[in-house]
Every structure is written in structure tokens, then in C-alpha cells.
Design a protein around this ligand. Sequence first.
Ligand code: FES
Length: 235
Amino acid sequence: MIELTIDGQKVEVEEGTTVLEAADKLNIAIPTLCHHEDLSPFGSCRLCTVEIRANGKFELTTACTCPAEQGMEVKTDSVKALEARKLAAELLLARCPSSKKIQKVAGEIGVEKPRVEVKEEACILCGLCVRTCQELVEVGAIKFIDKGLNRDISEPFIEVSTDKCIGCGSCAYICPTNFITLKEEGDTRIIWDRVFKLKKCKVCGNYWAPEAQLEYIGEKLNLPPDFFDVCPNCK
Ligand code: FES
């Protein structure tokens, strides 16, 4: 176990715990947007900025990616940390002003309107769709074209292999800005401009999931071919 201090309170956590998780243990709330507890840390939105003492002086870092260390001192509510969060919220809001989720989190930080030029880009590079597709669905149909400092945000930054996509819609569900759209009409679902045929339940007759998704799960779990003939509601 390691011990650190957050906002003057001592807390003991296991090695590998992030500052965000350690703060949560003390019920200290830190705003987040690109963080999801079931996905690997990404650190793109910077809404979780805190100050930590490193090498004898305080510096800003993202709580969701920063591992807690023995003797570390963290300030979650310092003037510098709060200013950095506000700036991050303004940049997100400028990029995607009509996203309800961003409006909400920015409002909680005290930002109603960005001081910088508004662009309406709809994608904020949070990486939630990429990580969900890779780590939870384990399909990897979405990926970044470029990474890190070389990422050119004026170009399309994610690439979707529509032939790999199974139409599950997890990316659309987790997207905080509705950049990814999913439409269903009758027996079809459209996502990433690809049309997926939906499976019809043999009992209720409802179309309930893309056949491609069910085939993928069936193969992965070695299920009998008729396993998905009936929808979960009628099983
Ligand atoms: Fe930490 Fe986005 S939640 S950088």
C-alpha cells in the first residue's frame, strides 16, 4: 500500500491506483469527461487537472492518468488547477457548443460560454469510441489515424473499418457529443454509413439486434446457431 495526501487528507491506496481513484476514496469529486472506469486512461479532455508536488515543486497533471505515489501531495482545488480546468472546459465548449454533456460538465466548472472562437466540430477527440470498440467490444473497428503530438486535428482523426464493424452501436452510445449517429428503420440499422440487417425475434417479431453483432458473439462464445432466434425479452 502507498500513502498520499489529497487536499490535506491522508489516504492509503494500492499501487497502480490513479490520483482520480484515490480522490474518489476520500469522496473528493474531480470532473471528468474522457475517463471511463471500464476503459484504459486516455487523458485528453484535461477536465480532471490537479496539482501534484513532484521534485519539490507543484505541477499540473491529469488525475485520471497520474499514478498515486508514496508521499505524493495533491491539491484538487488550487487556483491553478481550477483555472486549468476552466480553460479545458472552454476549449471543449468552443469545439462542441451544442453537446448537452459538455454544457453540463462545463457549467459545473463554472463555464457557461467560451472566450475563444466557437467552431461546432462535434468531435472532441476524447477517444471513448476507440477505446470502447477495442477494449470492451474487442472488435477494433475504430482507430486513431495518428497519435500524440502529431495528431492533426484539422484532418479526420479516426478511421473506421466498416467491414470490421458489427453495428453494435456501443461507440454511438458512449460518444459524449453525438458525433456518431445511429439510425434504425424497420429491419435495418445505419451506423458509420453502413447498413446492418437486424435479427427478427421468432416469438414477438421485433427486430432487436444486428445480425452481424449476433454472429460475432455467437462465434466468440461458441453458441449454437439458433441461440439468438429469440430476443432477450422473450427468452
Ligand atoms: Fe482526465 Fe479527461 S478525465 S483527462
